[in-house]
Ligand binder design. Sequence first.
Ligand code: UDP
Ligand code: MG
Length: 139
Amino acid sequence: MATNRTFTMIKPDAVENNYIGGILKMINDAGFRIVAMKYTKLSAEAAGKFYEVHKERPFYGELVTYMSSGPIVAAILEKNNAVADFRTLIGATDPTKADEGTIRKIYAKSIAANAVHGSDSDENAQIEGDFFFSKLERF
Ligand code: UDP
Ligand code: MG
């Protein structure tokens, strides 16, 4: 069942480069409504848990170190077809392969430090949103 919600993070590289405002503007301009949002920092343990599905991949260790290296913005977003439309808005994982006008094309530094996270399915959007937000933090 499509939930019309997705989950995103503005990653440490984008926060450090003062891209929070620019990225949130692109998200709002694309028609997403903010359901929940927080500015926080992941411990290495929490980043490891969040990315547990990638545990066997060669970049897992670096990913965990990077994602716990500085503050992030976490958010639940709402829109029709939220998961797929948000993946279109952010562009390919590797910013050199991302389409023009996508968030990663504009703001990402590299395939690892790629500015934003976007859920890849309704099921993961639910799991990832629940990782950061209680029911009382959603509006
Ligand atoms: N990543 C990386 N090297 C790679 C592939 C991915 O460092 O070769 C990092 C990157 O930050 C990416 C995250 O791991 O966003 C999760 O990978 P995934 O394949 O799920 O890409 P995404 O769904 O974020 O586009
Ligand atoms: Mg992914």
